[in-house]
Write a protein that binds this ligand. Structure first.
Ligand code: HEC
Length: 125
């Protein structure tokens, strides 16, 4: 009788231990199963029309080095600036501080318009 009780006691204890082991194993399994190589930024920008795409190409050539991907670098972020379009264009033509100015030979009027369209698209991206 007493031996049976003792047996039951140890069986119950063993059950608890096995549950703990099972839970621990499940945690290890699931944490290993998680993908850890996901890129931090999931979305990639796709131009919705030719003008935006042209603007993107020009942006990569002239602006990307200081405003990487529209974010802040040497210059401030452009994808979140509240500045209206005409002011951005003025900034490109006039320059300010470290930012150089770009004349009509470097960036034609139509090209600057496309850069503006790209910046607008980037803002809503
Ligand atoms: C050599 C680096 C450099 C390049 C190239 C450059 N910028 Fe800038 N940009 C800056 C810096 C620095 C500022 C901040 C100027 C200041 O306020 O003193 C700035 C500011 C701006 C601003 C004003 C943002 C705000 O919210 O005040 C706009 C708009 C802008 N740049 C657009 C452009 C565009 C478009 C191009 C490409 C045609 C370009 N920049 C190329 C460095 C650069």
């Amino acid at each position: 009788m007493l031996i049976n009780l003792l047996k039951n006691y140890y069986l119950m204890k063993a059950n608890k231990i096995s549950i703990v082991i099972l839970v621990a194993a499940a945690i290890v399994f699931y944490s290993c199963a998680l993908r850890k190589s996901e890129p931090i930024v999931g979305k990639t920008f796709t131009a919705k029309n030719m003008q935006v795409q042209h603007g993107q190409e020009l942006y990569m050539k002239h602006c990307q080095k200081c405003h990487p991907g529209g974010e802040g670098g040497l210059g401030p972020a452009l994808n979140s600036t509240p500045a209206p379009g005409f002011l951005k264009k003025l900034q490109v033509r006039a320059g300010l501080g470290t930012m150089p100015s770009f004349n009509h030979q470097e960036i034609a009027k139509e090209d600057l318009k496309d850069i503006g369209k790209y910046l607008k698209a980037l803002k809503h991206f």
